[in-house]
Design a protein around this ligand. Sequence first.
Ligand code: IDP
Ligand code: MG
Length: 211
Amino acid sequence: MSGVSAGRGKTQTTKDSASVFLPTGLKVYTALVTLLLGILLFCPLQEIYTEKVNLTMANKAERERTFIMVKPDGVQRGLLGEIVKRFEKKGFKLVAMKFMWADETLLQKHYGDLSSKPFFNGLVKYMRSGPVCPMVWEGLNVVKTGRQMLGETDPANSLPGTIRGDYCIEIGRNICHGSDAVDSAKKEIDLWFTGDELVQWKANEEPWLYE
Ligand code: IDP
Ligand code: MG
């Protein structure tokens, strides 16, 4: 009983001294200022944090672009949708796409580094034999992953599960092109697309793809 009374007494004393030093008006004022300072400090911090998280995610998502093109045999064999679907389902973002009949000059430039190869003329002829679908895809490590998704140049060496491993047989009819390095991807994108054909947009699924 006596302990309780002593406790009560102590509380009362503390309360009393607070009341003595801070009049009620001042206490309300102090509380409001503290609250305001808290809000002012918390909001920018939260904004900086959110921005940082978004930036990190955007940096990852927009780090790399690759040039993918469905070749005439891919188009003729009705595989355009399947190839687009694989990149889309993987989580990469489509930045540009067109459907066109490529001319000889463009194809000779595109395959310029193979001009000394015995199959070069045949390759250009094959690529001119029908419409193609050039595309730009974006995402983390999209160049390397894109090549893995395509498989080896020769479908005979491509694993099942890859595009070339699943859908074609011969090296000269391997249905799809993919850039082999970040630098060549940049060159190929510039060769096939103008700057305003590259579409800027934010994919809603990004927070579910990148941590
Ligand atoms: P890649 O397409 O896997 O990058 P590259 O060596 O750059 O392979 O060759 C470009 C394209 O040239 C190939 O995709 C294929 O269509 C064609 N090609 C490559 N080697 C041969 C060949 O030995 N015979 C016929 N066509 C070839
Ligand atoms: Mg190549």
